[in-house]
Design a protein around this ligand. Structure first.
Ligand code: B3K
Ligand code: ZN
Length: 914
């Protein structure tokens, strides 16, 4: 009785907050771990033998800890022994096992049982499609056995797996296979040894019916390496691209950073039930099938690209994350920001291939544009709301909630700025010093910054603020030209504008902002740049170092009044405020030598128009579009010197959610009206050009996922999407049907289907335009889970209309036999696609979207808190919306807050409501 009262009280009190300031080194260290698993789905026996010793560093301050306290969750304790003898002084408590009466060094043997079959959280050891998998980052290892489950405890691991041979023919773990063989009763075993010390979050095992694509390569220094991509047998025909991506990643890390694969064997395993993208377990990366499986029929160009990028990311973690890891979870960006930066550079290099000079710059810029778009759309939004936190957070309730855009994407920008300041060579010197100092250690973001500073003889004390201040900085630019003196002065001022409260609390002072700038003359070419005090001009792009609240930089010998090209290549994660006229933006779009800023000029122009139109739409006024905007777009469309990939990016309008976020008060319906209006205007005014572009960018012959071909398909399918918005969508429907029927690849097939769905929402189109193809698509691919995910997602993100309410379609699809909440990919494909990928329908005035959102979070909360918490973030910006929506959002948030139990979801909704 008293027990149930207690737990009711416990769930009503605020969950414990973990603070960075409270970090203390562990009282004990574990030098080696020997694990033995008897794998049975409902009852797996784990025997763990640990070499434990007191940590001299932790002793120094106070008294030696009397007890060793290990963490464990959802475990059944069986027995413990110390130095080979059963031990009396053992206590099991709430999520812990504590051992007293212990010497300074000892061998601890523990046995416990866990239930992988019942584990729907997909954290720890679980079963998916009858096979065993693990996910330990951040704190899943404690769901397998009792341990010091924190990243600064690094140990060597030996792992023995035993299981039924027929059901689980393949047994994998980290490192090298040292022994395998048969056991009585149809069972068998495999023994793995990982020679490198690692934290528990990098432990992994896999057991089941899997097959592998294998390849042997020779590393840079001449060693033989075995590479494997493990999948379920029916997926073996979709592994080639992942293998190629792995080989490219290995070569790239050797060439760019001098980093070699350190194990004899490297394995990637695909699993269809997975909470995120992939996991960098030492030597045994476990991937969501979405980031492994691809062939032309099932995967789009974007999928091919994402696979290369995620394979690269996880592989690069082998050095940045695994060899050098994080001291504590507040340092997460030490590995994530750095590894995202590395994967972005890898992707840019792959996009550039061996194309020369300007073409290579332009190809790299297409990657940069995509990365910045994600940053601005998602990270800037995060920084403006209740979850705003610095790249190195100060506190958390549930660490899994802090695998965020800020830690990953802003963290990557913070790493990129070192390279912008010191150049590629200077950055490389910093990396070399970082590994020289810290290989094999668990360290902090400060350690990385110090390595960069020392390798480049710079004081980077001020730079720490990039890690400790939340919020998106704003740089306001003023310019003045003195024609008589030929001097041009640029004044930069930094601040945070109206940062959220969460962000404001962290601000301490000005940042060191590398601000790249160029000056463009009246004919459109770059002017040589000579700063006051310099003897000669140096180049045409300069990185100004803004370190104060306000600072002026004067260029001399400036023969004519220039147009500034600001923050070239997005040299810092800031918002730039400068009053360009529409003419000036059109001029930059046509002439800037910095491809990123060409794109940026077009986006600024479009954003400004769209926001003005949204304001008019909100008041019910009629809408008209400035001809200059149409002309600017037309010029891009016509410019043969621009690659198709670049043109596609430049012709794409900013997303509805990004636009809504730029409004003083977010009004999704008004934004939707404005954006649809502009799309239709561009479709109509440039109709013949879209048709010509469509024809000119076909890619006959065998499908290749190269940047060139993907760029053409992207531009062609964008043309199709515009045509689908014409008042009379007949042309689009004809082209889309032919494209759908004739497609030999998923990029074209899914784009055609999406154009048909668009046409079905057109006021003059047939509502049933897409029905036959939708049915065909399902039938054709009903045994390809990842393609069925696309089928759900396409329907959830369709435009819909007054007579075609997408919420009703989504609710109906929830009843489809192929739908399940338990599989995160499937849940994301329908629910997340609707809630975050279809703002106009999700934010319906009647609140139906919010009610749906609340229901799904409540249902997911007990099944899979991590996935539920991601969905819960969907309403965190509620305070920024129109009063009517705000009230309904508040209702939905309150409903969720009153019903959910997990620490994960509670942290999110409580912060949103605070
Ligand atoms: N490190 C993992 C993410 C783990 C997320 C845990 N909730 C994947 C990655 O960033 O490479
Ligand atoms: Zn990562």
């Amino acid at each position: 009785m008293s027990h149930s009262t207690e737990s009711a009280t416990a769930s009503a009190t605020a969950p414990a907050v973990i603070r960075r300031a409270d970090y203390a080194p562990p009282a004990f260290l574990i030098d080696s771990v020997a694990l033995e698993f008897d794998l049975v789905p409902e009852r797996t026996l784990v025997k763990s033998t640990l070499r434990v010793r007191r940590n001299a560093e932790a002793l120094a301050g106070g008294h030696p800890a009397p007890r060793l306290v290990l963490t464990g969750e959802q475990l059944e304790f069986v027995r413990a022994s110390v130095d080979g003898r059963p031990h009396e002084d053992v206590r099991t408590g709430d999520n812990e096992l504590s051992i007293g009466s212990i010497p300074d060094e000892f061998a601890l043997e523990i046995e416990n049982i866990c239930n992988p079959a019942a584990n729907t959280t997909l954290s720890g050891l679980y079963v998916s499609s009858g096979n065993f998998f693990t996910q330990c980052e951040a704190e899943g290892f404690r769901r397998i056995t009792y341990f010091l489950d924190r990243p600064d405890v690094m140990s060597t691991y030996t792992v023995t797996l035993r299981a039924d041979k027929a059901a689980y023919p393949v047994l994998l773990s980290n490192g090298n296979l040292i022994e395998e063989g048969d056991l009585p009763d149809g069972r068998h075993f495999a023994k793995w040894e990982d020679p490198f010390k690692k934290p528990s979050y990098l432990f992994a095992l896999v057991a089941g019916k899997l097959v592998a694509l294998e390849e042997r390569i020779t590393s840079g220094s001449g060693k033989d390496k075995l590479l494997q991509v493990w999948v379920e047998p029916h997926d073996l025909d979709k592994t080639r691209h992942a293998m190629d991506s792995l080989i490219h990643s290995i070569r790239w890390d050797e060439q760019r950073f001098g980093l070699e694969l350190d194990l004899d064997r490297f394995m990637i395993v695909a699993v269809s039930d997975f909470n995120m993208g992939a996991m960098e377990n030492k030597g045994l990366n476990i991937f969501n099938t979405k980031y492994v499986l691809a062939n032309p029929e099932t995967a789009t160009d974007t999928d091919f690209f994402n696979i290369e990028s995620v394979v690269g990311h996880e592989y690069f973690h082998n050095w940045t994350g695994n060899r050098v890891t994080c001291r504590d979870w507040f340092q997460l960006s030490l590995k994530e920001g750095l590894t995202v930066f590395r994967d972005q550079e890898f992707s840019a290099d792959m996009a550039a291939g061996d194309s020369p000079g300007a073409a290579s710059e332009a190809a790299r810029a297409t990657r940069r544009i995509e990365d910045v778009r994600v940053l601005r759309q998602m990270q800037f939004a995060e920084d403006a709301g209740p979850m705003a936190h610095p790249v190195r957070p100060e506190s958390y309730v549930e660490i899994n909630n802090f695998y965020t855009m800020t830690v990953y994407e802003k963290g990557s920008e913070v790493v990129r700025m070192y390279q912008t300041l010191f150049g590629r060579d200077g950055f490389r010197r910093g990396m070399d010093l970082y590994f020289e100092r810290h290989d094999g250690q668990a360290v902090t973001c400060d350690d990385f910054r110090h390595a960069m500073a020392d390798a480049n003889n710079r004081d980077l004390a001020q730079y720490e603020r990039w890690y400790s201040q939340a919020g998106t900085p704003r740089v306001t630019v003023r310019t003045a030209y003195d024609a008589a003196a030929k001097r041009y002065t640029v004044t930069l001022a930094q601040g945070y504008g109206e940062a959220s409260e969460a962000a404001r609390a962290t601000q301490q002072g000005p940042l060191l902002i590398p601000f790249a700038i160029g000056l463009i003359g009246g004919k459109g070419s770059d002017l040589p740049l000579r700063l006051d005090g310099e003897k000669e001009p140096q180049g045409t792009t300069r990185v100004l170092e803004l370190t104060e609240r306000e600072q002026s930089f004067t260029f001399v010998d400036v023969a004519e009044k220039p147009l500034p090209s600001l923050l070239r290549n997005f040299s810092a994660p800031v918002i730039v405020e400068y009053d360009y006229t529409n003419e000036q933006l059109a001029f930059l779009l046509a002439n800037d030598s910095d491809p990123f800023n060409r794109w940026e000029a077009g986006q600024r122009l479009a954003t400004r128009e769209l926001l003005a139109l949204a304001a008019r739409a909100a008041k019910g006024e009629t809408l008209t579009l400035d001809d200059q905007v149409v002309a600017a777009f037309e010029q891009v469309l016509d410019d043969p010197s621009l690659s198709p990939a670049f043109r596609e990016l430049a012709l794409m309008l900013p997303s509805e959610s990004y636009l809504a976020e730029q409004m003083p008060v977010s009004d999704p319906a008004a934004v939707h009206t404005a954006r649809v209006f502009v799309s239709r205007r561009l479709a109509t005014a440039l109709r013949d050009k879209w048709l010509a572009i469509y024809e000119a960018n076909r890619t006959p012959g065998e499908y290749r996922p190269t940047p060139e071909d993907a760029g053409k398909r992207g531009l062609k399918n964008l043309a199709l999407a515009y045509l689908g918005q014409l008042d009379d969508p007949t042309d689009a429907v004809r082209l889309a049907r032919a494209q759908y029927d004739g497609a030999d690849n998923m990029t074209d097939r899914s784009a055609a289907l999406s154009a048909l769905l668009m046409a079905s929402a057109s006021p003059n189109g047939e509502a049933s335009a897409a029905d036959a193809s939708l049915a065909d698509f399902y039938q054709r691919f009903d045994d390809e889970a990842l393609v069925i995910d696309k089928w759900f997602a396409l329907q959830a993100t369709q435009r819909g209309g007054p007579n075609r309410k997408v919420i009703e379609i989504v609710r109906k699809l929830m009843q489809h036999p192929a739908f399940t909440l338990k599989n995160p990919n499937r849940a994301r494909s329908l629910i997340f696609s609707f809630c975050s990928g279809n703002p106009a329908q999700f934010h319906a005035a009647d609140g139906s979207g919010y009610a749906f959102w609340a229901e799904q979070i409540i249902a997911l909360d007990s099944l899979n808190p991590q996935v539920a918490a991601r969905l819960a973030r969907g309403l965190e910006l509620w305070r920024r919306f129109t009063p009517a929506l705000r009230e309904k959002m508040h209702g939905a948030l309150t409903e969720v807050a009153s019903k959910v139990k997990s620490r994960d979801v509670r942290e999110i909704v409580e912060k949103a409501l605070a």
